[in-house]
Design a protein around this ligand. Structure first.
Ligand code: SF4
Ligand code: SF4
Ligand SMILES: [Zn+2]
Length: 340
């Protein structure tokens, strides 16, 4: 292979079209070891995240090396692409929720008294699932997962990882800072709707988090990490939710949570953050609404709960706000009622 090819450049003696294909087609190109990608775009011989060298298989699949952090980045990218595809539909549902919740938000602001007029507002999802002790089989599953990721975090994949000058936990640590209280209030009103995704993923914990634990505490032993994670389990957690989804929210301290748990915001919480940047000292009026709210017209249905926060940070939960009727159609497709 020529230097040009190794550099990912087009070989001089071949005619290539705009997408990086030559007349002989992909099989010939692959057999010749010519860099290419499955989406027919120009291929690279280096990892697009860390710049490390790729083997032939990696070049023709996702152009990512097997370094743990690059695999995490690839996972995030895949999730982001899937998210973009459903965003359009979610936007219609969001508009529907906003139109339906207008009268409810007015009522919640009214409960703050005269200060309510200048309140920062948000509409967030709501989970009305109950709380229960974790069933024995789910605890056993979680313990097995913990054992696996501890083995991984102490395994060869991470050897010397924290000595790598290219690798820092700066980004992660930036998200560990506490949110402004009004933003946390969104999650209190919501009761952790997004944390249901933490059920199957076992709190999104991976060997990466075990390694991060070791980065913070280089003397930590596998037994200590295991014990620390198990000791944070709440006595009761949300049915069908994450094992750490307790009555007052997540029971893991931020530094022990997966990256996504610290960095994810739903649309409603984003809106609150934006309002706070313009109006940091205002009270807050938050309405939380289940994703299936459009299935009912019963004003007393347990699909809505609200929260007010005064400028002094005092919070009140309001479970008696009547569910407003469905607004007239607006040509949107959001009748299933997804909030975010
Ligand atoms: S980020 Fe949004 S969906 Fe997740 S717990 Fe907070 S308010 Fe609920
Ligand atoms: S660890 Fe905490 S923030 Fe993450 S999914 Fe579980 S309850 Fe939610
Ligand atoms: Zn890489």
């Amino acid at each position: 292979m020529s230097d040009d090819e190794l550099d990912g450049n087009e070989p001089d003696d071949t005619s290539w079209d705009d997408e990086g294909w030559n007349e002989a087609g992909p099989v010939a190109a692959f057999a010749a070891g010519i860099p290419m990608s499955m989406d027919r775009g120009p291929a690279s011989v280096t990892c697009r995240f860390c710049g490390g060298e790729l083997d032939v298989h990696q070049r023709v699949t996702n152009q990512t090396c097997s370094r743990p952090d690059c695999r995490v980045q690839l996972g995030k990218e895949t999730v982001a692409k899937a998210g973009a595809a459903i965003e359009e539909r979610a936007e219609a549902r969001r508009r529907l929720a906003q139109r339906r919740m207008e009268p409810a938000l007015e009522e919640v602001k009214r409960r703050l008294g005269p200060a309510g007029e200048g309140a920062n507002t948000a509409i967030v999802p709501y989970t009305n699932a109950g709380l229960a002790p974790l069933p024995a089989e789910r605890l056993a599953e979680f313990e097995a997962h913990l054992d696996r990721i501890i083995e991984e975090g102490f395994g060869p994949d991470y050897e010397g990882y924290n000595d790598d000058p290219d690798y820092r936990y700066g980004d992660r640590m930036r998200f560990e800072a506490d949110d402004p209280f009004a933003a946390t209030c969104c999650c209190i009103a919501c009761r952790g709707n997004c944390c249901h995704l933490g059920r199957e993923s076992k709190a999104f914990l991976t060997g990466h988090m075990v390694n991060y634990y070791r980065y913070r505490d280089p003397a930590a032993t596998p037994e200590q990490i295991r014990e620390d994670y198990l000791s944070r389990l709440p006595e009761t957690s949300t049915v069908d939710g994450c094992v750490y989804q307790g009555p007052m929210g997540c029971t893991l301290p931020r530094e022990m949570r997966a990256d996504i748990c610290n960095s994810f915001r739903c649309g409603g919480q984003d809106a609150m953050m934006e309002a706070l940047s313009a109006n940091p000292d205002a009270p807050a009026a938050i309405v939380a609404l289940t994703l299936d709210h459009a299935l009912t017209e019963d004003p007393d249905a347990p699909v809505l709960r609200a929260l007010t926060m005064t400028a002094e940070g005092e919070i009140t939960i309001h479970e008696d706000i009547p569910l407003p009727p469905m607004p007239p159609e607006e040509g949107d497709t959001g009748r299933e009622g997804e909030v975010r």
